[in-house]
Design a protein around this ligand. Structure first.
Ligand SMILES: [Zn+2]
Ligand SMILES: [Zn+2]
Length: 160
């Protein structure tokens, strides 16, 4: 992330916290700052290991709780994976995900076509949709190579 984008993000962070009456502590700031630098949708455990380098006394519980609080006020997104631990996504801009079913990696991708996918009419009778994200499941390049698979087919599944 570029530096100007980073300071934009921090401005947004501070505004967002104020709006929701969340006290801006050095720990919370550090957790958010480190999270937006991560591109691989880290778990709470991974974030704990990153943050404790700067705050050796911080507990896993604090990091986990902080991330969940961020999610509650809409500052970050929670990404759940089948059977895996929940992951956190600081990128609240429109984007979609590719999940590698072998190594668990989640990669962001952007597609105008997917952004513009419509919601079926019958669905809108019963539900109000706020957000939409397409999730593709399959094998990443590395895992495909490891498994010697050339299969490029991917199961498409809509999430949210
Ligand atoms: Zn993989
Ligand atoms: Zn993402």
């Amino acid at each position: 992330m570029q530096n100007d984008k980073l300071s934009d993000c921090l401005d947004q962070f501070i505004k967002h916290c104020k709006k929701f009456d969340l006290r801006i502590t050095p720990q919370r700031c550090a957790i958010y700052k480190k999270l937006i630098k991560e591109e691989n949708h880290p778990t709470a455990e991974e974030m704990f290991n990153i943050v404790r380098k700067e705050f050796p006394n911080i507990s896993y519980d604090t990091v986990n709780r902080t991330l969940l609080t961020f999610a509650e006020i809409g500052l970050v997104d929670v990404v759940s994976t089948k059977g895996g631990p929940r992951r956190f996504d600081p990128d609240m801009d429109k984007h979609h995900h590719f999940h590698c079913i072998h190594c668990g990696k989640i990669v962001d991708f952007y597609s105008d076509e997917f952004d513009n996918l419509g919601i079926p009419d019958y669905f809108q009778d019963d539900f109000t949709v706020y957000t939409k994200r397409v999730v593709l499941n399959g094998l990443c390049k590395k895992c495909r190579k490891k498994k010697g698979l050339k299969d490029r087919n991917i199961a498409i599944q809509n999430k949210k």
